[in-house]
Design a protein around this ligand. Structure first.
Ligand code: FUB
Length: 319
């Protein structure tokens, strides 16, 4: 209601025209920069949102992504922009292409797992940076890639080692999940920057990319992008190591974007689904994406209700 009153005031004073309907919209979240591949981390009373940064001039070519951006909020509605806190070139062994990433905390340190293109080994690779705060400063934790394309030779494509998602189980064991076309995971050592054992394959129907692993109650959830254009679907398991049982579609194809990429968090007692769309006006699209947030709801049996993507975003949420 308050938004409507402000809008009428601005309309009467000539400050906006009738095309300014974005006043009602909190989705997409940011209008001055194109953001993609969200990952979120709750630290105390603050949520940190780490995103890719689409810099393509139009939607006719391909991704142009050099760095990752950070935003923070204490209420999921008002966001502070912190700018680019890590770039592909911060990894001396990387060529570019700052694709999807995720930050997690372990023993007071913040580990930022990233997708980049390797400079000397053909294909994409996964690296990890570390910092002492959620805002960094971050530096390459290894000086080399954690995963390279030549470690996974059972696919023909060179972009199968992308989209890291790290989960720390209740016993402190950390697991790295990743993949495109073939979903994979491996244990991480306690130092979080080395594999601790073999790379395992997962059996997930119609898997494309964008794994996100989380736990709610006693159940583990593995959501991922399926098909192309991508829908987000999910599987559940009683153990982090599976078996994963396919459940259902969680989020339909997101507006004007064939890719979809999600983060799922609980923050201050509410559950959220964070994703990207190509819906930003006037020039959003496949390579100019924008992050959006809507509520996520669980059924009593632990299954997830399908996400309802909205343009109002959390503005409609009065609870
Ligand atoms: O943003 C580049 C790539 O597109 C990501 O790594 C994938 O998840 C897809 O969103």
């Amino acid at each position: 209601m308050k938004n409507v009153q402000i809008f009428i005031f601005l309309l009467l004073t000539g400050s906006v025209s009738l095309t300014s309907f974005d006043l009602w919209a909190t989705n997409p979240l940011f209008t001055d920069v194109r953001t993609a591949d969200p990952a979120a981390l709750v630290v105390g009373d603050t949520v940190y949102l780490y995103t890719g940064h689409d810099e393509a001039k139009d939607n006719n070519s391909f991704f142009v992504m050099h760095d990752w951006l950070v935003f923070s909020s204490k209420d999921m509605k008002n966001w502070q922009a912190h700018g680019a806190k890590l770039k592909a070139k911060d990894f001396s062994w990387a060529k570019g292409d700052a694709w999807a990433s995720q930050v997690i905390e372990k023993d007071g340190k913040f580990y930022w797992y990233v997708t980049v293109r390797h400079a000397t080994i053909n294909g994409f690779a996964i690296g990890v940076a570390v910092g002492d705060t959620p805002l960094g400063p971050f530096k390459d934790a290894r000086g080399t890639a954690l995963i390279t394309n030549d470690m996974t030779t059972d696919t023909d494509i060179d972009w199968d080692d992308i989209d890291p998602s790290v989960f720390i189980d209740d016993d402190g064991q950390a697991y790295l999940f990743w993949g495109n076309t073939k979903p994979r995971y491996a244990k991480l050592k306690a130092n979080m920057i080395e594999l601790d054992g073999p790379i395992q394959s997962l059996d997930l129907p119609n898997f494309t990319e964008a794994i996100w692993v989380h736990k709610k109650g006693d159940l583990y959830y593995l959501s991922y992008a399926s098909g192309f254009p991508e829908k987000i679907v999910y599987a559940t398991s009683k153990k982090i190591t599976g078996p994963w049982v396919y459940q259902d579609i969680l989020n339909e194809v997101a507006g004007n974007s064939p890719t979809n990429h999600q983060a799922i968090i609980e923050f201050k007692g509410k559950d959220y689904f964070i994703y990207h769309t190509g819906a930003a006006q006037p020039d959003g699209g496949e390579f100019r994406r924008s992050v959006a947030i809507d509520r996520l709801y669980y059924n009593k049996d632990g299954t997830l209700k399908r996400v309802i993507m909205t343009s109002e975003g959390l503005d409609k949420d009065q609870n």
